[in-house]
Design a protein around this ligand. Structure first.
Ligand code: CP
Length: 362
């Protein structure tokens, strides 16, 4: 593990190893308080964040290390037109590890290809948010007490919600998980998640618009925000924004040990009155995110200590270079004009190619 760009790159063994380390940090924090002494984490945040940036900062501080970086693009030389590749090379001179959040999909991959230090994707547009997913897995482990054999409902924006897509990918590696996909018709889970993740891994799932009917069956309820920033049509956002609001009344028929999760921030989709219910785990979930980021920093620094990171390379097997053009306006290959448009074959039988940066289909 040289970088963490997408949770699908992690094996089940690596996921379980990170969960185990994060749990040990929770139980024995003093053991870890100087593990990163003398090390520096660069937080390169080109998009707003409260939890991810501050929990990365707190994580490094609790490991005895230091943090440098910026929290908005306007305070970096990106404003002068500096590329992500050049930024990664420069930051490699000053820090030992990078956590990057960007609205540009694929930016952390380009950073990883150019940095000589590990890069962690702290969220790239609507594409991936692997550290959220890792914290979510730790929440399941600590709050539900098992990683296999449970029923989980995802509710809200299942179309644009990157946390949901990443989380479904991760839990598909575990056994006997049944999923309820609860959303308005307009915000249903994309077909590629159904075909390439759920069907491929034989995961049982039910699509519904009705939260009330689904809730009594659930061991875990994962609420999500309808994300205004992902909509191009504001009227559609206004029509859908109040689709689901979890109230105390709605929990009447829920299990007593239901685990209620939410990646946060919330707007109004969970009533604040639910916060005092013992089933509400979303603030603990944010705390677990910090412990998981500690585990991840330790793991990546440990691996580079034993085997210094050389520049990563694209795997050029089964790719087409500049034969297709990525049409996603948020993809880094659209934003940084000198990058090649590279598409990788993800399905030999059906000849499906996806952009290596943002995964848009050719
Ligand atoms: N959940 C999450 O990523 O929150 P922030 O955007 O505040 O980092």
């Amino acid at each position: 593990m040289k970088n963490v760009l997408d949770v699908v790159d992690l094996t089940l063994e690596e996921l379980n190893d990170l969960i185990s380390t994060a749990s040990d940090i929770i139980d024995n924090p003093e053991k870890y308080s100087e593990k990163c002494k003398g090390k520096k984490l660069a937080t390169l945040f080109y998009e707003p964040s409260t939890r991810t940036r501050l929990s990365f900062t707190a994580a490094m501080m609790e490991l005895g290390g230091n943090v440098l970086g910026f929290s908005e693009a306007s305070s970096s030389s990106a404003m002068k037109g500096e590329s992500v590749a050049d930024t990664a090379k420069i930051v490699s001179c000053y820090a030992d590890i990078i956590a990057m959040r960007s609205p540009i999909e694929g930016a952390p991959l380009v950073a990883a290809l150019n940095a000589s230090i590990p890069v962690i994707n702290a969220g790239d547009g609507g594409h991936c948010h692997p550290t959220q997913t890792l914290g979510d897995l730790l929440t399941i482990h600590r709050e539900l007490g098992r990683m296999n054999e449970y029923v989980i409902g995802f509710c809200g924006d299942l179309k644009y919600g990157r946390t949901v897509h990443s989380f479904i990918n991760a839990i598909s590696k575990y056994k006997n998980i049944k999923i309820y996909l609860i959303s308005p018709e307009e915000l249903k889970i994309p077909n590629y998640v159904k075909h390439e993740v759920l069907n491929k891994n034989n995961i049982e799932y039910i699509e519904t618009t009705n939260l009330d009917e689904a809730i009594p069956n659930l061991d875990v309820l994962y609420m999500t925000r309808i994300q205004q920033e992902r909509f191009s049509d504001i009227d559609e956002y206004n029509r859908l924004k109040n689709s689901y609001i979890l109230t105390i009344d709605k929990l009447t028929n829920a299990k007593n040990d239901l685990v209620i999760m939410h990646p946060l921030p919330r707007v109004n989709e969970i009533s604040v009155k639910v916060d005092d219910d013992p089933r509400a785990c979303y603030f603990k979930q944010a705390l677990y995110g910090k412990y998981m980021r500690m585990a991840l920093i330790l793991k990546l620094l440990d691996e580079t200590k034993n085997n210094p990171k050389k520049e990563s390379r694209i795997d050029y097997s089964n790719v087409k270079i500049n034969e297709y053009k990525c049409t996603n306006p948020k993809c880094i290959s659209q934003v940084e004009q000198e990058l090649d448009h590279i598409f990788k074959c993800v399905d030999e039988k059906n000849k499906i190619y996806r952009c290596i940066y943002c995964e848009k289909k050719a």
